[in-house]
Design a binder for this molecule. Structure first.
Ligand code: NAD
Length: 538
């Protein structure tokens, strides 16, 4: 049962008759939608319809932003940022703690919106308010640790006092995808706000209401109204308009678009952090607990119907346990409950769109046509929803098949045998990506030592992805074509700051003084360098 509260929630409760009630065919109350969309800076007069993957029902008409609207959003954000940067750090951190409570209190409403916009199962939507609560608490509680000015060693002990300040960059552009529409719109922006920045957010068009709801919660938590602007419109138009104006860009999405964003940032000499695609490997070693590995593999491959940047699409299993593991993994996959509804109880929901369904279908059909075997799944399920696809396990996938190296971003995983671990690591490192990996073994020490050989930004031992993802102190991001920079941890907040060193020189100057010639000064400096080294100074 859903824990929705129809009295305060957004969902239109039936029965409705389209002939007499204009909202009948809409899944969301129109006044509720208008309350969210009024936050957009969007004056074009154009709107775009958003439909839910659950039953392809219309959800809302979204006003679209022009280039001038993006300009206006940045203007407002810059004004708000000026006074926000002067607001004491503790006040900023307190707002994050209030946000923590709000997302937990309002989780039913958040989850309803996420499910309606993305079609995912309720239990996977729950991960989003959970991730925001974890992120808000972590950054609020560690604010001083990351952002306080700190003293560092000066060139002359006692005579040179140096402090390093962390200044906000200004206005950060956050461009986010549809797959985790609430947390991806919000999680990077929270440390940006804490560091004294403002944000202009451009959520994906399919899931913009979740992004707007995030903005509403920030205001309710006490962040100044203009500090977080939201713009809407086609990615290839509005995305570059954000990149042209931001002081730092935080992009989450495909590697292809990430490269374009990086080029735009390079031209302006601004920083960017890019969280991109993956073709993530899971390794099941011969000493793995097979039940535990099979349970983890289901979550690794099929969470959010595989539309998760850190989900696993390649599975390398030790020869000695391959058959026993696959038997368990297939059985658990076949026991999953599938459904596109708002209630708890589904193990997997719908894909987000027809486009995703077409990609998934094309990858599986291509593999099967070239000789891959389907161990389970392998079919769209229109009986469950227009964009539904079964969780699918393939075997016998070869390099000529699209799904061998390309990201499917759907519920499709390929199983491969390996004979020795060095070979498994080499195959895991194959390809252009390097986002996330998982290793199952009873020997934690050996698994951790293998982890260091894997070229991925995160490696989970005896867990699919959640151990690193939910450990907010641990930096998260991709190596190689999976990204640039890291979210979470100190790197996740310091990227939104400019480092400024302020040195105050006392008594003597850093140049010849007291009548010394340049030559004598050179000799004195040489002596002092040797002495400082002997004293063990860095
Ligand atoms: P996408 O690159 O098409 O879109 C992502 C965002 O970029 C959207 O808001 C879109 O409107 C915008 N956009 C589109 N064109 C743009 C342009 N030219 N300039 C600026 N912005 C533009 O990606 P998608 O298909 O929506 O998302 C799926 C991809 O995202 C997958 O590859 C997945 O692996 C990746 N992803 C990565 C992470 C991570 O943390 N590494 C998380 C979620 C998703």
């Amino acid at each position: 049962m859903s824990d929705r509260n129809p009295a305060t929630g957004p969902v239109v409760e039936g029965p409705h008759d389209p002939e007499h009630d204009p909202t009948a065919s809409y899944a969301l109350d129109r006044a509720y939608v208008a309350d969210l969309t009024h936050r957009l800076v969007a004056t074009s007069g154009r709107t775009e319809e958003v439909r839910s993957p659950i039953g392809d029902q219309p959800l809302a008409h979204i006003p679209q932003s022009t280039d001038a609207d993006v300009e206006e959003a940045f203007r407002r954000a810059r004004v708000a940022q000026g006074s926000w940067a002067r607001t004491p750090l503790d006040v900023r951190a307190d707002a994050l703690l209030r946000l923590h409570d709000l997302v937990l209190d309002r989780q039913a409403e958040i989850i309803d919106l996420i499910c309606l916009e993305s079609g995912k199962a309720r239990k996977h939507a729950f991960d989003e308010p959970l991730h925001i609560a974890l992120t808000a608490r972590y950054y609020a509680r560690t604010a001083h640790e990351h952002l306080d000015s700190r003293r560092v060693r000066g060139v002359f002990p006692l005579l040179t006092r140096v402090e390093v300040n962390r200044l906000p960059k200004g206005v950060v552009g956050v461009i986010s995808p549809w797959n985790y529409p609430f947390t991806m719109a919000l999680c990077d922006g929270l440390p940006a706000l804490l560091a004294g920045n403002a944000v202009v957010a451009k959520p994906d068009a399919q899931t913009i209401l979740s992004g707007l709801f995030a903005a509403a919660l920030l205001e309710e938590a006490g962040f100044p109204a203009d500090l977080w602007q939201v713009v809407a419109g086609p990615g290839p138009e509005v995305g570059p308009a954000v990149v042209r104006r931001a002081d730092h860009v935080c992009f989450t999405g495909s590697t292809a678009t990430g490269r374009q964003v990086a080029q735009g940032c390079a031209e302006r000499l601004i920083g960017c952090s890019l969280e991109l695609g993956g073709k993530n490997p899971i390794l099941v070693l011969r000493d793995a607990d097979l039940e535990r590995a099979a349970e983890g593999a289901v979550r690794a491959a099929f969470s959010n119907a595989g539309q998760l940047c850190v989900s696993m699409e390649r599975m390398f299993v030790a020869d000695q346990v391959y058959d026993r593991f696959l038997e368990r993994f297939v059985a658990r996959t076949e026991a999953m409950t599938l459904g596109a509804t708002l209630d708890w109880g589904n193990d997997m929901g719908s894909l987000v769109s027809r486009r995703q369904l077409e990609v998934v279908t094309a990858h599986v059909d291509d593999a099967v046509a070239k000789g891959a075997r389907v161990l389970t799944g392998g079919r769209p399920r229109p009986d469950l929803g227009p964009f539904f696809y079964e969780p699918t396990i393939l075997e016998g996938v070869t390099p000529d098949m699209t799904c061998f190296g390309q990201e499917t971003f759907g519920p499709v995983v390929s199983a491969y045998r390996f004979h020795d671990e060095a070979d498994a690591v080499a195959r895991a490192n194959d390809g252009e990506y390097g986002l996330n990996a998982s290793i199952y073994s009873r020997d934690g020490g050996r698994a951790r030592s293998l982890a260091r050989q894997i070229r991925c930004g995160t490696v989970n031992v005896n867990e699919a992805f959640a151990a690193t993802f939910a450990s907010i102190e641990a930096p998260m991001g991709g190596m190689r074509s999976s990204g640039l920079g890291r979210r979470q941890g100190s790197e996740g907040v310091l990227r939104f700051t400019e480092t400024q060193s302020v040195a105050t020189q006392r008594v003597t100057r850093v140049a010849p003084a007291h009548g010394l010639s340049d030559q004598t000064w050179g000799k004195a400096m040489t002596l002092s360098l040797r002495a400082l080294k002997k004293l063990g100074r860095a």
